[in-house]
Design a protein around this ligand. Structure first.
Ligand SMILES: Nc1nc2c(ncn2[C@@H]2O[C@H](COP(=O)(O)OP(=O)(O)OP(=O)(O)O)[C@@H](O)[C@H]2O)c(=O)[nH]1
Ligand SMILES: [Mg+2]
Length: 273
């Protein structure tokens, strides 16, 4: 059986890091999910794997690059060939800006019944918000072009994106989506400092998005989780040493919907399928 998990994420949201760490973990055979044979083509993530093995951060994926790897996973009784696409996150910004999906994206959207939306809360742009701006009188008198250029907030952008994707999928807007499972993944969870559940975090930071999701998906098809694919911040030299000593596959965790920490990132895939 072939399945595709469509990872959707803006630039810098942690897509490539997750895919590389997922493979590293599966490869050492120390996780809930297992590979039933070896991966045929590792070239799309070889650079990321090499960086992580040296305790270094992975490099951004160029915008025009679309790759992905197929992971042959033993999932209970089934053998699932799981395709995880990887691409430059700027492609997501282009979809939102141009309000259209190209043929490649149409195909990916059509083929996948499992979407994972990666959101890095510490990296969100809030856009122009009159309620938290002090506008100086001389600025109001000046030409409109000198005011901030209007850009939509990330919250509105995510809602637009999901609407565009649902349309591309052919979802009837009169009904809640009960076919395509949506996992909201709050990435870089090690940067979050309090013990709230992922849903509470989403509600605090992106309440409109949460409301949109809950109005457009049936409850059994939504899951909101936290992910730290690295487990810690590799910008800290002492963490780099830990990676060198123990191997990148020893790190990373997810936070399930109940707020419990699970030290096995492969379980994100079990939850998303
Ligand atoms: N602290 C922390 N940093 C992370 C984690 N995952 C990724 N990062 C960092 O976030 C940055 C972006 O990660 P990438 O995996 O390149 O993100 P991406 O979504 O593939 O980005 P593009 O390729 O530009 O679309 C890198 O500097 C990573 O080291 C994590 O779990 N914790
Ligand atoms: Mg990338």
């Amino acid at each position: 059986m072939t399945k595709s998990v469509l990872i959707i994420g803006k630039p810098h949201s942690g897509k490539t890091t997750f895919i590389a760490q997922l493979y590293a973990r599966l490869d050492v055979n120390n996780a809930a999910l297992k590979l039933y044979k070896s991966v045929e083509n590792l070239s799309p993530i070889i650079e990321a794997l090499s960086s992580l093995s040296k305790g270094e951060e992975v490099k951004p994926t160029p915008t025009d690059k679309t790759t992905g790897i197929t992971l042959p996973i033993q999932f209970g009784e089934d053998m699932v060939d799981l395709f995880c696409p990887d691409y430059g996150g700027e492609q997501i910004n282009n979809i939102i800006e141009n309000r259209e999906v190209d043929e490649k994206w149409k195909e990916s959207i059509a083929q996948s019944e499992n979407w994972m939306l990666f959101i890095r809360l510490t990296n969100l742009s809030t856009g122009f918000d009159l309620s938290n701006k002090t506008i100086k009188p001389d600025l109001v008198k000046s030409e409109p072009s000198t005011l901030d250029e209007y850009v939509i907030s990330d919250q509105s952008a995510f809602i637009e994106l999901l609407q565009i994707m649902l349309y591309a999928k052919g979802q009837d807007a009169h009904y809640k989506n009960s076919k395509t499972k949506l996992t909201i993944v709050l990435t870089c969870w090690d940067e979050e400092k309090n013990g709230k559940t992922p849903r509470a975090k989403l509600e605090e930071n992106l309440p409109l998005l949460l409301s949109f999701i809950e109005s457009n998906w049936t409850n059994d098809k939504i899951n909101i989780v936290g992910l730290s694919a690295l487990g810690l911040d590799l910008k800290q030299p002492e963490n780099k040493d830990l990676y060198l000593a123990q191997g990148s596959e020893s790190f990373g965790f997810i936070i399930n919907s109940r707020g419990e920490e699970i030290p096995d990132i492969t379980q994100l895939i079990s939850e998303a399928l």
